[in-house]
Ligand binder design. Structure first.
Ligand code: UD1
Ligand code: CA
Length: 458
């Protein structure tokens, strides 16, 4: 284990959320809430992270299955923050470094603040350094009581505080940097003789002070960072802060966001300069967008790789697809996973594509379904074309080579291959391969019955 580890408390249910879902798994900024303190701890240098989980622990674990350096300590019954820390003790036996202690429901903490906390802790040669905040209204928080030298001698919970203590405005944020050896020795001696009958982690300060162990404080500059999320009103407020951070950083890097309160972009999404993001756009997953693109209103993009100069018109939904430079999508197009669209491909309104590779300059402009297809370059797919790719048991491929012109209302009953430069007449149901340079036409001959009168019922 490295010199810095993190311990994140997340065992509580979060009853004020009034939810069947454990609090820390509520979505916040396109990720579960718990992902944020984990990212902050990681970015601050914590090589190993232990999450204390209890309620719905399997859901929390499930989210982090692919994350290395992360372990879970189970706290069956929530007997207080001190007890929660004790549950993780076995993961730290022999560890002599320092621990960043965070709360799963304080998601706005920045890694830079944690790094500053670590520096202050080291410079002060303290056993414990608590991150504090000075609040106009400290109600509900633990108050930080200091001795003459400025060291912290006690942290007292609101419910246990005297009137005088309640008038202290410097509060405990619940975030600390603590020497591991001190922490686990101290929590093993905690008692629960207080107003809530809980094992308070905060009591280790008083205990330490009595033994001459130095406890210091570091006040956070931006109190927004230490906001706890206890109900859905605070969840929405925290979401807004995260959105603002992400969107401001994108805007400063050259992206135009028309209404930053209304652009929902996941942390980690990359967007190039001079791309314009319209309102109510949702972008998530491992998505990269090039420069000079336009993403119109109400577009949803998940896990896509998008080149330069791409336009995605209003109301389109795109998942796990690759779009080369100059592609135009929508309005109201649906790209399901697995497409690779070449330069200047056009996918127009009410077109659905799935697992389609399309060459440069090809177009499907209106009302079409293309699935499991390989389409060459400069192919025109007429309005209403359907690949019949599924026979009820298996999926089959449609191959359409370069420069094919497909008329309107054509069905391709796959598997089928259309050779290059061929023309498929409107209304044709293609059931056999078409050789190159051919015309394929399959229509019932038209019959005109002259002198036909519509019989009226009396
Ligand atoms: C705690 C602090 C208080 C501080 C406040 C900041 C104590 C005794 N008090 O109070 O000084 O001002 O945080 O928000 O520490 N948890 C567990 N298991 C438990 C209890 C809690 O995992 O048995 C987790 C919760 O899920 C939560 C965090 O610890 O993520 C904090 O617990 P909470 O009950 O909210 O602490 P507060 O009473 O707010
Ligand atoms: Ca509590």
């Amino acid at each position: 284990m490295g010199d810095i580890a993190a311990l994140i408390l997340a065992a509580g249910m979060g009853t004020r959320m009034k939810s069947g879902l454990v609090k820390v798994m509520h979505p916040l900024g396109e990720k579960p809430m718990i992902a944020w303190p984990v990212m902050a701890a990681r970015a601050a240098g914590a090589e190993r992270i232990i999450l204390v989980v209890g309620h719905q622990s399997e859901k929390v674990r499930g989210y982090f299955t692919e994350e290395g350096g992360l372990d879970f300590a189970i706290q069956e019954e929530q007997l207080g923050t001190g007890h929660a820390v004790g549950c993780a003790a076995r993961y730290f036996s022999g560890f002599k470094g320092r621990i960043l202690l965070l709360c799963g429901d304080v998601p706005l903490i920045r890694h830079a603040t944690l790094q500053a906390l670590l520096s202050v802790h080291e410079a002060g040669r303290a056993k414990l350094t608590v991150l504090t905040a000075c609040l106009e209204n400290p109600h509900g928080y633990g108050r930080v009581v200091k001795g003459e030298g400025g060291d912290v001698i006690r942290i007292v919970e609101e419910k246990d505080a005297t009137r005088e203590e309640k008038s202290i405005t410097e509060i405990n944020t619940g975030i600390y940097c603590i020497e591991a050896e001190f922490l686990f020795e101290a929590v093993s001696g905690l008692k629960n003789d207080n107003a809530q009958g809980e094992y308070y982690l905060t009591d280790i300060v008083k205990q330490g002070a009595a033994l001459g162990k130095k406890c210091r404080s570091f006040a956070v500059a931006d109190t927004e960072e230490i906001m706890g999320v206890n109900d859905r009103v605070q969840l929405a407020a925290a979401g807004k802060v995260l959105r603002r951070r992400i969107n401001e950083s994108l805007m400063l890097s050259g992206v135009t966001i028309i209404d930053p309160d209304n652009a929902y972009i996941e942390e980690g999404v990359e967007i190039g300069a001079d791309t314009v993001i319209h309102p109510n756009v949702h972008i998530s997953g491992a998505t990269t967008i090039g420069s000079g693109c336009v993403i119109e209103p109400s577009v949803v993009i998940r896990g896509c790789t998008i080149g330069n100069g791409v336009i995605v018109k209003a109301g389109s939904v795109m998942t796990e697809s690759i779009l080369r430079d100059g592609v135009a999508i929508g309005p109201m197009a649906h790209l399901r996973p697995g497409n690779e669209l070449g330069e200047h491909v056009k996918i127009g309104n009410f077109v659905e594509v799935k697992k389609v590779v399309m060459g440069e300059g090809s177009k499907a402009s209106h009302l079409t379904y293309l699935g499991d297809s390989t389409i060459g370059s400069h192919v025109n797919i007429g309005c209403g074309t359907i690949t019949c790719n599924y026979d009820g048991v298996s999926k089959h491929r449609t191959v359409i080579e370069d420069n094919v012109f497909v008329g309107s209302d054509v069905q391709f009953v796959a598997p089928v291959t259309i050779g290059r430069n061929s023309l498929i007449a409107a209304g044709t149901t293609v059931t056999r391969d078409v050789p190159p340079d051919s015309l394929a036409i399959a229509r019932a001959p038209q019959v005109n019955k002259e002198g036909w009168k519509l019989k009226k019922r009396d």
